[in-house]
Design a binder for this molecule. Structure first.
Ligand code: SF4
Ligand code: SF4
Length: 276
């Protein structure tokens, strides 16, 4: 079973929910897909170890063969190629490695070379394996790393994906193919606003989902009302507990420092399993 944990914005406690859920159920593994800033590993004492490099194919131009016809520049959806006067310009940082320019070139003037965009590391404990990806600084496009990370999901286990925040391509890639998506939000107007955007995406991609309210007690009941009106299941509420904040600041999972919360996460999983 694949469960992704997502949120419309960063800082809502998405990673906290993903890690503590994984620690509260049997036979779980964790994949942190937030390749621009993974932080699930902070809650594990074990060191992450590099597993592999991730590259995308990038074009290399043979300027002796190139006739400056401009077909590659016209084709590239990402404006990574431009013909300016008598010059072909390539903006590597805009290239998504789709390979289309090589196919379209009538002069066979484009070869493909590997462009290194990041790495995948493995860690975790004896009972929970953790994978995460690290996108190189300055690289704009983490989706290829997320795709590779998803390949490490063990179908005999319950895989928890910690998705990147937001509703852009990396988040959608992480949530796609999940059996269920847990949307984490806060009971504030900002939380509600971002939740509505994520709900729109979930309905678009058709994955079953439910909502977890984190830091319950800091705002108002508008998230409750919204969920009720939209017929969205509220899976759990994590209280705005100072002890939880203290544990977080020390990198200690809630269910380790406050084991009484294990039942809350186990119950959350039971609700997910009923639907997924
Ligand atoms: S590989 Fe794709 S994204 Fe990169 S330059 Fe060629 S057409 Fe553009
Ligand atoms: S399509 Fe080929 S020949 Fe035309 S501008 Fe691009 S690299 Fe040059």
């Amino acid at each position: 079973m694949r469960i992704s944990v997502a949120s419309g914005k960063g800082g809502t406690g998405k990673t906290t929910i993903a890690v503590n859920l994984a620690l509260s159920i049997d036979n779980a593994m964790l994949i942190d897909c937030d390749v621009e800033g993974p932080n699930s590993h902070i809650f594990f004492k074990e060191q992450m170890v590099k597993l592999k490099d991730v590259s995308i194919p990038a074009p290399e131009f043979d300027l002796d063969k190139c006739t400056l016809c401009g077909k590659c520049a016209d084709f590239c959806q990402y404006n990574a190629i431009a013909i300016v006067g008598e010059k072909l310009l390539f903006f590597e940082e805009l290239c998504h490695g789709c390979g289309g320019c090589k196919i379209i070139c009538p002069e066979d003037a484009i070869a493909e070379v590997d462009h290194h965009i990041g790495i995948i590391e493995k860690g975790g404990t004896e009972s929970i394996t953790l994978y995460h990806g690290l996108l190189n600084i300055g690289e704009p496009f983490g989706v290829p790393i997320i795709r590779e990370l998803k390949g490490f999901a063990d179908e005999s286990k319950i895989t928890i994906f910690d998705s990147p925040p937001g509703t852009a391509c990396p988040a959608v890639e992480a949530m796609r193919d999940s059996d269920f998506c847990i949307l984490v939000t806060e009971p504030t107007p900002f939380g509600l606003h971002d939740l509505t955007l994520t709900v729109d995406v979930m309905r678009e991609i058709g994955t079953p989902f439910g909502v977890v309210v984190n830091r319950d007690g800091i705002g108002d009941d508008r998230v409750d009302v919204y969920c009720r009106n939209e017929n969205i299941q509220l899976l759990a509420k994590i209280p705005n507990d100072l002890d939880i904040a203290r544990l977080y600041s020390k990198g200690v999972p809630i269910v380790e420092g406050l084991p009484e919360y294990k039942a809350l996460f186990a119950e959350m999983f039971d609700k997910v399993r009923e639907v997924a």
